[in-house]
Design a protein. Structure first.
Length: 312
């Protein structure tokens, strides 16, 4: 290989020598429209060893795809590791607020338009459903084994889908927890920014709004088990959701990572999140337990949840 100056390049150091021996899932760029006619795009990663005519489980990863198929926003869902375990992975780009609801007079007005009657979230969930159904129609995906993941904005989509969609069988989230009590944990400045964007105040008691997304208010409407993997400076926002699900008999697990922020930065924590996401979806979509001791113990607890789980 020649460098930009015409000289031959020479490898000085390979920090990941084992990577050359790995087998990666092939990727295909998809373009489609949701039920509202809004165009979306994403990248479909095929399972390693893909065989035509066989249906595979699918993992949805959010909420940007720019060509680096690593782990989605926050890098918590190891895309190629899932592909090597026999999953299709669909990495969806959720577009910008402006792409979905059009130009507005200000950033505050744009956010308010996106959040009004959850118009933006309806568009995103519709896009994910349209793409997923197309993969089912192509004979690629088992409609009973579809998982959805998301951090931050992606987590909001998972919460909305848990109330409004029948397509998914398991979910994994971090970095959110939209609930009527959130003002008590956010602090006044962050809470006010959400109010400016259309979210109700704690004092407003707006059950009509919260009926569209709150897990705490209607845990029995939630249609799939949810795993929460939270930074220690954010976990309080997820406690109400997790607790209500657990009390309603909907499988839910909450893990808290110390000294972490919205995007987890510690390598050991990132690896733990990878392993647990793999184990969670292997359990709920494939009926498999992890081989390692810690994962096996966690799966035993999930089995107890599953025995008591009355599916909607």
């Amino acid at each position: 290989m020649l460098g930009l100056d015409g000289t031959k390049e020479q490898k000085i150091f390979d920090p990941n020598p084992e990577f050359a021996s790995l087998i990666l899932g092939a990727a295909e760029r998809l373009n489609w429209r949701n039920s509202f006619g809004v165009p979306f795009y994403g990248d479909l990663v095929y399972p390693v060893g893909f065989k035509a005519g066989q249906r595979y489980p699918l993992i949805i990863v959010q909420y940007r795809t720019r060509g680096f198929l690593r782990g989605g926003i926050g890098d918590e869902v190891p895309i190629q590791a899932f592909a090597n375990r026999g999953y299709f992975v669909l990495v969806v780009d959720n577009l910008t607020y402006e792409d979905i609801v059009g130009r507005q007079m200000s950033a505050r007005a744009l956010t308010a338009a996106f959040n009004r009657d959850f118009a933006g979230r309806r568009n995103i969930v519709s896009a994910i459903e349209a793409a997923t159904r197309s993969l089912i129609d192509r004979g690629f995906v088992d409609p009973k084994r579809i998982g959805i993941t998301g951090l931050s904005d992606g987590c909001t989509t998972v919460q909305f889908a848990a109330i409004h969609s029948t397509l998914f069988s398991a979910g994994s989230v971090s970095g959110c927890g939209w609930e009527p009590v959130q003002d008590a944990f956010l602090g006044p400045m962050v809470a006010q920014s959400y109010h400016d964007g259309g979210w109700p105040r704690l004092a407003d008691q707006d059950p009509g709004f919260w009926s569209q997304i709150s897990l705490m208010e209607q845990p029995r409407r939630v249609r799939f088990p949810i795993l929460f993997q939270a930074a220690d400076n954010e976990y309080l926002a997820m406690v109400a959701s997790h607790t209500a699900l657990a009390q309603a008999g909907v499988p839910s697990d909450l893990y808290i990572f110390p000294d972490e922020d919205h995007i987890k930065w510690q390598p050991a924590h990132r690896l733990a999140v990878y392993h647990r996401n793999l184990a969670w979806f292997d359990f709920w979509l494939k009926g498999q337990r992890p081989a390692d001791a810690q994962g096996y113990r966690e799966a035993l607890r999930w089995e107890e949840m599953n025995k008591k789980y009355i599916r909607n």
